[in-house]
Ligand binder design. Structure first.
Ligand SMILES: Nc1nc2c(c(=O)[nH]1)N[C@H]1C(S)=C(S)[C@@H](COP(=O)(O)OP(=O)(O)OC[C@H]3O[C@@H](n4cnc5c(=O)[nH]c(N)nc54)[C@H](O)[C@@H]3O)O[C@H]1N2
Ligand SMILES: Nc1nc2c(c(=O)[nH]1)N[C@H]1C(S)=C(S)[C@@H](COP(=O)(O)OP(=O)(O)OC[C@H]3O[C@@H](n4cnc5c(=O)[nH]c(N)nc54)[C@H](O)[C@@H]3O)O[C@H]1N2
Ligand code: SF4
Ligand SMILES: [Mo]
Length: 740
């Protein structure tokens, strides 16, 4: 027996990026513990960290390519699998054109270094308008607001939680989620520190969440009415003449237009709609103006709703007019070691083309995923006939899952790059499984840009991959070569370009990015190459000067720094980075201002009596960690939360099975009667519903639950951004005779 060894790495499951210490011997994981010296998480982890062991060891995790046949799933060789993809997709393209092949990329893409480096080339090779991802069920409103106001889709502000004195959290539950567009592991401890220095934490949510439980104040808002709350707050700030942009004043346009747009609304009507009192709203507005270090943060509940695009814009504006944007203790912009807003990421664009059936606008070349099923089901030229899914489970994660199930079943060809045979991949003809997360290196190329501190952490692979296994980036690389379809020279160039990451490997590409980035001074501007020439000793000396090389980051340096490298607290930088054409912050982007019309008319319409919202639990991660026994054990968590008044009114007892119905579907689920949910609101978690036939998830099937997305309506979109309205679905709930 070998010796037990310790391996330090960053957990890649959620955005918190916790440092973990894996104790292992002879290829077996003995324990996973928090890394107390990690520069970001400082000893925090959650129960999901141990699931990395379960995931790695899971007998259900696929380890070789699989083909669906009339008599079940059969293993195939990689060569056969790739050849089949090339042939089938080639044939469909020849008959129906490029747009007949769609791509869906799921959330774990962003948590995977190799995939992040390879997916762009793959998408370009497929050359389709039918590109979809989890973005349009997630952070699209943030990206649209950032693009319109700051000129770059990835310039997303992050709460400076460690220095703020007033943190207003709208539609986020960081205690359970670990934080999102806010890498803030150990959020509870950070709130405890905020309170200890005399600050306050305020939560705005229709449910008294785990985050609300530690808040100084909890404001139970009616679902989907955040736009009215924000308008009311801004109304108070403008009428009391307290709006101040601070340092931003000389660099921003549109304050007058914003003011005019807000003042059209009647503050009493706005407040009435939210369910919160006018007095409280006025007081909150004043508190935000009076506190020099304050911020308003909004996340999934704020943006996956009917007016998500407006909500995010108004949240940014609220921070701006209270002088809290790009200021210490406010909403700030991280400066990561690999900066997607510098050389690598596109700034974004909007409405360059539209979806075929519903005419929905693209954003950054992507179409809203709520339109995916109809693009497959609706006859006519341009219909989707084939699909490639990468690290996604849209059947459980996107609206109207049953309809998508039907649509996928009717495809001519589908291939999935995924670890599991699950609700989505069961429709594939081929599944191409990548290595486990512990078998490849890790660096959070996107999420480091949204951490509450500037840090850089690289984790080398823990285990060698098994013989014959392929990494995600290698699978994408091979697909890129096989499906690359640009003609002549362009094709050659595209192939040569995609060969770079393939030949070098993600670690070497990352190394180049780190060395040429803001903290890798040695290579900046190719100076190192110059300095190596004879006779340029002075330059060489200057480059060796430690003041000029604050971190000198490289993969090697990071691999040696097992707790990560701390690059310091967030610093104001927006004025230097704003990327709009005139390099000025735009407070009143025309499309956003115009969308206020929609909000104004909604203010007149009747309020539905029961609205369904989602929820997340700390022992779950979207749809794909329910095959870990240690995470699903205990009392069932897929329950419908309902307020005692609403339950009594319908004759529903705690623990009874109820029928929940929406325009698109119906589920039966156990009711949990609780005052933690507001009257008029019910809540189901997302990511469940593992009772579908033909999946290979033994543990998850025994804890199936139901899918909230069988109720969420694919026709309800935030018209401004194309984001699915996951929260605020009108439903009816009734008691059933049968037990659970
Ligand atoms: N009603 C409702 N719906 C929601 C939400 C909500 O709040 N309410 N939240 C939305 C949000 S924020 C998101 S991000 C989406 C998520 O939507 P998706 O990304 O579509 O779904 P996931 O459940 O994250 O599925 C991830 C898939 O990737 C696979 N996988 C995991 N790791 C890897 C890997 O390293 N490589 C590969 N190739 N595959 C891997 C898993 O097996 C699984 O099939 O769900 C959205 N859906
Ligand atoms: N444990 C765990 N952690 C996760 C995930 C997970 O599934 N499980 N998923 C990861 C992913 S992909 C993401 S994007 C992040 C998401 O991170 P968060 O956004 O912090 O997580 P949610 O739990 O979706 O928080 C949304 C909140 O909005 C509330 N809400 C619903 N409707 C409304 C509304 O109309 N107005 C307001 N004000 N609030 C509303 C909900 O009650 C909920 O508390 O979490 C990540 N981390
Ligand atoms: S909060 Fe949990 S799942 Fe998220 S990074 Fe930390 S240990 Fe991993
Ligand atoms: Mo997400």
């Amino acid at each position: 027996m070998g010796e037990a060894r310790l391996h330090h790495r960053t957990c890649s499951i959620c955005e918190a990026m916790c440092g973990i210490v894996v104790e292992h011997r002879d290829g077996e994981i003995l324990s996973i513990k928090p890394d107390r010296e990690d520069v970001l998480s400082r000893g925090h982890i959650c129960p999901k960290a141990l699931a990395l062991k379960d995931l790695h060891e899971d007998p259900d995790r696929l380890r070789q390519p699989m083909r669906r046949t009339a008599t079940g799933w059969k293993p195939v060789s990689w060569d056969e699998a790739f050849a089949e993809v090339e042939r089938r997709i080639g044939d469909i393209r020849a008959r129906h054109g490029h747009d007949a092949v769609a791509i869906y990329a799921g959330n774990p893409t962003v948590h995977n270094l190799g995939a992040m480096l390879a997916i762009g080339d793959f998408i370009r090779a497929v050359r389709t308008r039918n590109l979809y991802s989890a973005t349009s069920v997630d952070q699209l409103p943030h990206m649209v607001a950032s693009y319109a106001m700051f000129g770059h889709q990835f310039l997303l502000p992050v709460p400076d939680v460690d220095r703020t004195q007033l943190f207003v959290c709208i539609g986020g539950n960081p205690v359970a989620s670990g934080g999102s567009i806010m890498g803030a592991p150990g959020f509870e401890k950070r709130v405890a520190a905020l309170k200890a220095r005399g600050g306050r934490f305020v939560v705005v949510d229709p449910r008294r969440t785990e985050s609300a439980a530690i808040a100084d104040e909890y404001l139970p808002i009616r679902p989907g009415t955040d736009v009215f709350l924000l308008l009311a707050l801004l109304h108070e700030i403008f009428t009391s003449e307290r709006a101040s942009l601070g340092l931003l004043a000389a660099h921003a346009d549109g304050l007058g237009a914003l003011r005019d747009a807000v003042l059209r609304f009647d503050p009493t009507a706005l407040a009435a709609r939210t369910g919160l009192s006018s007095e409280r709203i006025v007081r909150l507005a004043r508190e935000l103006c009076d506190e020099p270090r304050a911020l308003v943060y909004g996340r999934v509940g704020a943006c996956t709703q009917e007016f998500g695009g407006l909500v995010l814009w108004l949240i940014y504006c609220l921070n701006a007019v209270t002088s809290h944007l790009d200021r210490e203790g406010g909403m700030m912009f991280a400066e990561p070691a690999v900066d997607l807003t510098r050389a690598y990421g596109s700034k974004g664009h909007y409405g360059k083309f539209r979806s075929r059936v519903r005419q929905l606008p693209e954003f950054g070349n992507e179409l809203p995923v709520a339109a995916l099923a109809e693009e497959m089901l609706t006859e006519g030229e341009g219909r989707i006939r084939a699909l490639v899914t990468f690290a996604g489970n849209p059947v459980l994660s996107t609206p109207n899952g049953r309809q998508l199930d039907r649509a996928l079943a009717g495809l001519e060809f589908m291939v999935s790059v995924d670890l599991y045979l699950n609700e989505t991949t069961r429709h594939a003809h081929l599944i191409l499984p990548p290595t486990s997360p512990l078998e490849h290196g890790h660096y959070d190329i996107a999420l480091s840009g949204f951490a509450v501190r500037n840090v850089a952490k690289y984790s080398p692979p823990l285990f060698d991959r098994p013989a014959g296994a392929r990494h995600d980036h290698e699978i994408l690389g091979e697909l890129t070569l096989r499906l690359g379809s640009a003609p002549g020279l362009a094709r050659w160039r595209a192939q040569a370009k995609s060969a770079i990451p393939r030949l070098l490997g993600p670690a070497r590409v990352l190394d180049l990015m780190l060395r040429t980035g803001a903290y890798g001074a040695e290579y900046r501007g190719g100076l190192k190459v110059l300095a190596s020439l004879p006779g340029l000793g002075a330059l060489r000396k200057q480059l060796a000067d430690p003041d000029r090389r604050p971190a000198g980051l490289s993969v090697r340096r990071l691999a040696e720094s097992k707790h990560g490298v701390d690059l310091g607290p967030l610093r104001p930088n927006l004025l230097r980075r704003v990327a709009t054409r005139d390099r000025r912050v735009q407070l009143a982007p025309p499309a956003h201002v115009a969308d206020l019309e929609r909000a104004a008319s909604a203010l007149q319409s009747p309020v539905p009596s029961l609205l369904l919202i989602g929820r997340r639990h700390v022992r779950s991660n979207n749809s794909w960690l329910h095959n870990s026994q240690r995470l699903v054990k205990g009392k069932p968590r897929c329950t419908l939360l309902i307020h005692p008044d609403d339950a009594a009114h319908r004759g529903i007892d705690d623990g009874a099975t109820v029928r929940v119905r929406s325009r698109v579907g119906e589920v039966q689920v156990r009711a949990e009667v609780t005052t933690d949910i507001s009257p008029g609101v019910v809540s189901l978690p997302h990511g469940w519903g593992h009772d579908r036939d033909g999946i290979r998830l033994a543990v998850a099937s025994r804890h199936a639950g139901v899918s909230i997305n069988d109720l969420v309506d694919d026709q309800r979109l935030d018209a401004l951004t194309g984001t699915a309205v996951l929260n605020g679905t009108p439903v009816e709930v009734e008691a059933t005779a049968a037990g659970p």
